[in-house]
Design a protein around this ligand. Structure first.
Ligand SMILES: Cc1cc2nc3c(=O)[nH]c(=O)nc-3n(C[C@H](O)[C@H](O)[C@H](O)COP(=O)(O)OP(=O)(O)OC[C@H]3O[C@@H](n4cnc5c(N)ncnc54)[C@H](O)[C@@H]3O)c2cc1C
Length: 259
């Protein structure tokens, strides 16, 4: 079984993330680039299958800037067997369609049985890339799985919808996306970090991949028309305990639909 894990490099969630208000793009210099946490969980889902099936092969795949090798090295240190980075200056500012075309072409070349992605990237937050890649490949997609079971024949899991949960299953090849409930990612150990330095990591340009993609290659594409900084947060309501604090708190939580 060959599994591709889609991994995006994103600005550190815990740092001050900024967008460039002129270009509308992320200011990637403003914060440390890290693997998106949801993609570490996606890798964990694949690694748990590999723990029980040592013949399984896991390839981490990313499209991004050249320094995305940093993210891929981390995934290798966690246990992926090899990594592929698709990087090309022509891809700068790609929208979801162009990103998905590139990732689908790379998946086709790697020829896995299963594709595992996060349900939503913490920076772009489109939540569409896994389904778009699956659509291009003509594969079934099982979206936003909280629980996943992989066998040699297929994949199944549960996903939440309004008013209930759905059990989904599919034969292979297939694509799945997982939520933050799916698996707690393991930490790389010292042995893994040392091994990662020797694991294969390939870098493919668009020419090497054999496709034209990116903003200039798109007949139609989404463009950013304006960008505004988020207004500073306003102070929240203060609860003063005059003997009614508990009911004030309950009212506030109910108004926010938190209880
Ligand atoms: C040179 C270059 C510059 C770029 N600049 C920017 C930029 O400034 N701002 C920006 O937001 N994006 C940038 N991108 C990335 C690209 O535009 C987005 O990845 C894409 O639009 C996906 O949208 P999303 O983040 O909403 O994905 P979602 O659909 O929310 O992602 C869901 C899942 O799909 C997978 N996935 C998504 N994107 C990738 C990826 N790139 N590689 C591997 N797996 C992925 C992950 O598993 C993720 O968890 C750049 C890419 C390149 C090559």
């Amino acid at each position: 079984m060959k599994i591709v894990v889609l991994a995006k490099q994103v600005p550190d969630t815990w740092s001050d993330r900024k967008i460039n208000l002129e270009t509308g793009m992320l200011d990637r210099e403003a914060s440390e680039p890290v693997p998106d946490e949801i993609n570490e969980r996606a890798l964990e889902v694949a690694l748990q299958f590999k723990d029980a099936n040592p013949d399984a092969e896991i390839v981490a795949l990313s499209m991004g800037l050249e320094d995305t090798t940093k993210t891929l090295r981390k995934l290798l240190s966690m246990g992926a067997d090899s990594a592929v980075l698709v990087t090309d200056p022509a891809l700068a500012g790609s929208d979801m369609v162009q990103t998905s075309r590139v990732l689908a072409a790379a998946v086709q070349r790697i020829a896995p049985d299963l594709l595992v992605a996060g349900n939503e990237a913490t920076d772009g937050r489109g939540g569409m890339v896994p389904a778009m890649v699956a659509e291009i490949l003509g594969w079934p997609v099982l979206p936003s799985l909280d629980e996943v079971a992989i066998t040699a024949e297929g994949v199944s899991g549960t996903t939440q919808v309004d008013g209930g949960s759905l059990s989904l299953s599919s034969g292979l090849p297939a694509a799945i996306s997982v939520t933050e409930k799916s698996a707690e990612a393991r930490f790389p150990n010292f042995k893994g970090i040392m091994q990662a330095k020797k694991k294969p990591m390939e870098t493919w340009s668009l020419a090497e991949l054999g496709i034209q993609a990116g903003p200039d290659a798109a007949p139609v594409r989404s463009v950013m028309v304006s960008a505004e900084a988020r207004p500073p947060k306003e102070a929240g309501p203060k609860v003063v305990d005059d003997g009614t604090a508990a009911s004030q708190l309950a009212e506030f939580l109910a108004a926010q639909r938190l209880i």
